[in-house]
Design a protein around this ligand. Sequence first.
Ligand code: ARG
Length: 261
Amino acid sequence: MCPPEHFTVEYAINPWMDITVPVDAALAVKQWDLLRNTLVDLGHTVHVLEPVAGLPDMVYAANGAFSVDGTVYGARFRYPQRADEAGAHRAFYTRSAWTYKTPEHVNEGEGDFTYLPGAHGGVILAGYGFRTEPAAHAEAQEMLGRPVVSLRLVDPAYYHLDTALAALDDHNVTYYPDAFSPASQRVLAQLFPDAVLADRVDAEAFGLNLVSDGRHVILNTEATAMGAKVRAAGYHPVHVELTELKRGGGSVKCAVAELRR
Ligand code: ARG
């Protein structure tokens, strides 16, 4: 995670970002602290990446890389405003002895990649259409040695995979079908017949942008209907308030890069 010390909305690269509405930076830090403490209280270890002035989106740490079993597929950002974030993440991984692979193709890390170790022998789900290049999906498969299933995103409001789909545990997912092309919806239905299906209200509340440890599902306070859905599916929803991060087009998952050793 990376604290939102330098967080602002000074450019608009997704439909949620409005440069005319000021961000409450102090509130953003307070809300971020609560998210970090929530994860720590649930027993997780949180490493903190040093924020860099001039990189206001660095708080969305999920976009900096994607790791599977100790190997890290690095990010290469779509927009120049975020390009320098990749190096900060690379420095973290190389410092702590991960195998870091530098990408050739544009991809935004866990924004567009997720991994389900217990589904189909270990499968990577990958989104494209707005940020990550389809060529990066093949590159990730080569670098990580896991099958990658390409899913096409079709709604600009859900520009990253992690705004439209989340792993609930090692083998199941929740997703908002309309964010995907009809063919990709069929692929998801085939691979995950027991998925928890979300609707437009859940997606608009950033309810899909969640982090789950397989038991606890951490999601923002606005996503009340989504909380009820995951509870009905047998998980424990834990809500945290993240109103300021939503102004940049993100929520819980965007703020957390998962480290898969
Ligand atoms: N403002 C950031 C962008 O548009 C938000 C990134 C959200 N992160 C995520 N993992 N979906 O790039």
